[in-house]
Ligand binder design. Structure first.
Ligand code: URA
Length: 424
């Protein structure tokens, strides 16, 4: 087999054979196919696409590049959720313990944030003592003991994707639906979950800016799940404004704990319950209703045990930023829009996110929303509070927010529905 033949096949609009896909993914992982050859192939895939059979085989080859976890020894079915990422998306935090409290097991391998979107591990690491890296044995132990575990993926999981994703990042080839879908699904299938619910975000703060692109990605991922025997459902959900009222690591943990305590912003509660019901249905678990598990404290009990099992102190005070700055409403009327991307960039510039994989993040930095789209505001009233450890970060964060706020005299704002569509 020859890398140039594989590149030419795709460059000229042909279909890759299963043998070509198996070979090129394996040879690239082993270093036999060079980065520049894989970059050319990724660009040819971005321009000419892959059909369902090619995507399924590509995903399979990436799964086979590493280990596949096995939870068959557990006494309950496994189910997981993956979000394509957004601003203020802390849903995994209340969701995993909630679904465990309702009778399923949730083995969740999560990532760190990059750019304007936050990462679940960064959020949880703001809890004093909490540890993201677990051995497979420790992961199984936490899962057996509590029903849910959220931790970092080890380097043995889909190493082909790890290498290819880093290459795509620097060659303008991230935005290919077959490559995104196979990247996400190879990790989720290798993680060994029996059922999977995908939360595909749509809007300015999301990877997919339009409903049509998000639907195409969701359909491709649902088909990959089906082809690999993982019951997969996708929801398209709104990311034109931030989710909830908190954006930033410790701020989002505090909001997630409010949800587990039976409170929290209505959109976070609604999306948590909707995804929990989908995860339980996909796993075939007909146990407690998730709303009851929030109300009776059983989801909170699982959260506390899950955090403690990973070295965290669920009662510890969360870190707070040293400096704050209040942004007030520039006019009176209805808050018609609060752009998710702009708020994400502001939180990032305040120190909540990172520009490079190795950068540290600030636990306390971020943005709290005092008013959310649809609510009435009065000129001069506090709209947002920005938090950071370094005062010098405020001007650039404020710059990001310059065009983000829209206030109209009256009427209902033109926002995406929280749940836009369901694809199964
Ligand atoms: N997230 C992933 O894991 N892979 C992609 O390609 C894009 C987003």
């Amino acid at each position: 087999m020859d890398a140039i033949d594989v590149i030419l096949t795709k460059r000229d609009g042909g279909r890759l054979t299963p043998a070509q896909i198996d070979w090129v993914v394996d040879a690239y992982t082993r270093g036999e196919v060079a980065d520049e050859q894989m970059a050319a192939l990724a660009m040819a895939i971005l321009l000419n696409g892959m059909d369902r059979a090619e995507v399924a085989r590509w995903t399979e080859a990436m799964i086979r590049s590493g280990e596949r976890m096995d939870w068959s020894g557990l006494d309950r079915p496994t189910t997981d959720k993956h979000s394509t990422g957004g601003v203020g998306d802390k849903i995994t935090l209340p969701l995993a313990p909630l679904v465990a409290a309702c009778g399923a097991a949730v083995p969740q391998l999560s990532g760190r944030g990059l750019g304007h979107t936050g990462g679940t591990l960064d959020k949880l690491e703001s809890i004093p003592g909490w540890r993201a890296s677990l051995s497979p044995e420790e992961m199984l132990g936490v899962l057996r003991e509590t029903g849910a575990v959220i931790c970092a993926a080890g380097s043995g999981l889909a190493p082909a994707d790890r290498k290819l994703y880093a290459l795509r990042d620097v060659t303008g080839t991230v935005e290919s639906i077959p490559l995104i879908a196979s990247s996400i699904m190879s990790k989720k299938i290798a993680e060994g979950t029996g059922a999977l619910v995908l939360d595909v975000k749509v809007g300015s703060g999301a990877f997919m800016k339009t409903v049509d692109r998000a639907r195409e990605l969701a359909e491709t991922m649902v088909a990959i799940g089906a082809d690999h025997g993982v019951r997969t459902v996708a929801l398209l959900t709104a990311m034109d404004r931030p989710l909830g009222r908190a954006v930033g690591n410790a701020l989002e943990v505090a909001e997630a704990v409010q949800v587990l305590a039976g409170g929290g912003p209505p959109d976070v509660v609604e999306l948590t319950l909707t995804l929990a019901r989908e995860m339980l249905a996909a796993a075939g678990v007909d146990g407690k209703d998730p709303a009851d598990a929030l109300a009776d404290g059983s989801a909170m009990d699982v959260w506390r045990r899950m955090i403690s099992a990973q070295g965290g102190d669920p009662d510890a005070e969360l870190p707070a930023a040293r400096e704050s700055h209040v942004v007030t409403a520039p006019a009176t009327g209805v808050l018609a829009g609060l752009d998710a991307y702009a708020v994400g960039v502001a939180a990032w510039r305040l120190g909540a996110g990172r520009a490079r994989k190795e950068d540290p993040v600030s636990a306390g930095a971020g943005v709290l929303l005092h008013r959310v789209p649809g609510e009435r505001v009065t000129a001069g009233q506090p709209l947002l509070t920005l938090y950071t450890d370094e005062e010098a970060r405020f001007p650039r964060a404020l710059e990001a927010l310059e065009e983000a706020i829209s206030i109209v005299p009256d009427g209902a704002p033109d926002l995406l529905p929280l749940v836009i569509d369901r694809i199964a």
